[in-house]
Ligand binder design. Structure first.
Ligand code: NAP
Length: 230
């Protein structure tokens, strides 16, 4: 499958590498290809320069956001949270029309320091904002309730634990579920929360996830939903 991953950070790299190793034709999107490849220093999150990763993953091409958007049947949004709409606008409404747009981003505001706050919640979500701004894209909110290491390798967390999906398009959900299955998620742990409005619920989990990773001292942590008898 032709897949585009928006984002050159640790999340975009991990997803792109995993998808490429699964045999998909993967490209990564960035603002400026030359500038991204010219960087030699780690970024503000201490992620090493992209060029190092590129050398280790030569089969994954780095393209501008519009070119990357045109490539994929499926587009993963893994850019900085509050820049998502700007990046997607730059990618082009037409390039995203009809595409399955997998949004795993949390709208985090670091302007008050760490831990970050949610920039908005309760009556709104980034997933809804993206679907509203790109009505012809088929937005599926998923994977945003865990660290990227767990997203692409759920066996890092022992036992039965869950991944959530929210979105309007049933066929797009099936396509995303198949990709989640390739990552290693069993079908029975995929919880369909309904329409894209449910992105509010999973985005609001982020502060608890940060707290859990902090107190447990590991990013290998996830939600396990246990249901009582009828
Ligand atoms: N860390 C996790 O395990 C985890 C878990 C769940 C969700 N997430 C989400 O994953 C996303 C990516 O996280 P990350 O740490 O890999 O990367 P990041 O540093 O948050 O974002 C890097 C990407 O954002 C773009 N970007 C940054 N500032 C920009 C600006 N002002 N305008 C346009 N684009 C901008 C960069 O573009 P260039 O390529 O042009 O530099 C780059 O592609 C975040 O939104 C985060 O909420 C992360």
């Amino acid at each position: 499958m032709e897949i585009s991953v928006f984002g050159t950070g640790m999340v975009g790299r991990a997803l792109a590498g995993r998808l490429a190793r699964l045999g998909h034709d993967v490209v990564v999107g960035t603002r400026n290809v030359e500038q991204t490849l010219a960087r030699t220093e780690p970024d503000a999150k201490r992620t090493p320069a992209y060029t190092q990763w590129q050398q280790a993953n030569p089969e994954v091409r780095l393209l501008s956001f519009p070119d990357a958007a045109a490539h994929g049947e499926v587009v993963f949004n893994a850019v900085a949270g509050l820049q998502s709409l700007t990046v997607l606008q730059a990618a082009g409404v037409g390039n995203l029309a009809g595409k399955v747009l997998v949004d795993l981003v949390v709208p985090l505001d670091y302007s008050h320091g760490r831990p970050p706050r949610l920039a908005f919640a309760n009556e709104d979500s980034l997933g809804e904002q993206i679907q509203h701004a790109f009505p012809d894209a088929r937005v599926i909110k998923t994977l945003n309730t865990m660290h990227v290491n767990v997203m692409i390798d759920p066996a890092r967390v022992p036992g039965r634990h869950n991944v959530f999906l929210a979105g309007e398009d049933a066929r797009a959900k099936e396509i995303v579920k198949n990709l989640l299955g390739e990552f290693g998620w069993p079908a029975e742990v995929m919880v369909d929360l309904g329409g894209i409005k449910a992105a509010r619920t999973t985005e609001m989990y982020a502060p608890l996830l940060f707290a859990l990773m902090d107190v447990l001292g590991t990013s290998d942590v996830n939600i396990s939903v246990v249901r009582g008898p009828e």
